[in-house]
Structure formats: structure tokens, C-alpha cells
Design a protein. Structure first.
Length: 64
């Protein structure tokens, strides 16, 4: 069994990247993680991504 990683993206700075047109930060689409980081394919690991809908800014997180 190969190792696997679950990425749970709720929003916030770490999951942002610059928009190529405007330069503004926009949420990264983690479904394209292998295209953005092709070296991940050589690691022989499973990667599953769960993205909250909608993603939230960490300054708006509450216990509820």
C-alpha cells in the first residue's frame, strides 16, 4: 500500500496564488496540484484534496 496524503483546504493565505492577469491573490485550485507541482508525481504517493465550499478567510473563522 502506498502512502497517501489528504489535503483539507479551508481557505486562507497558504492556499492563495497570484492571478496571472491582475496579480491579485486568488484561491488555488488544488485539483490541479500535479500540474502546478509536477515533482509530486515522482513521489509515488496518493494525494486526495477536499476543498471547502466556499473557502473562508481565516480572519472569519469561528467555532460554529
Amino acid at each position: 500500500m502506498k502512502p497517501s496524503i489528504l489535503i483539507i483546504y479551508t481557505g486562507g493565505t497558504i492556499g492563495m496564488k497570484p492571478d496571472p492577469t491582475t496579480g491579485a491573490l486568488v484561491p488555488f485550485d488544488f485539483s490541479g496540484i500535479f500540474e502546478e507541482f509536477p515533482t509530486l508525481q515522482s513521489l509515488n504517493i496518493g494525494i486526495e484534496v477536499f476543498t471547502m465550499d466556499p473557502v473562508i478567510d481565516s480572519s472569519n473563522v469561528s467555532p460554529r
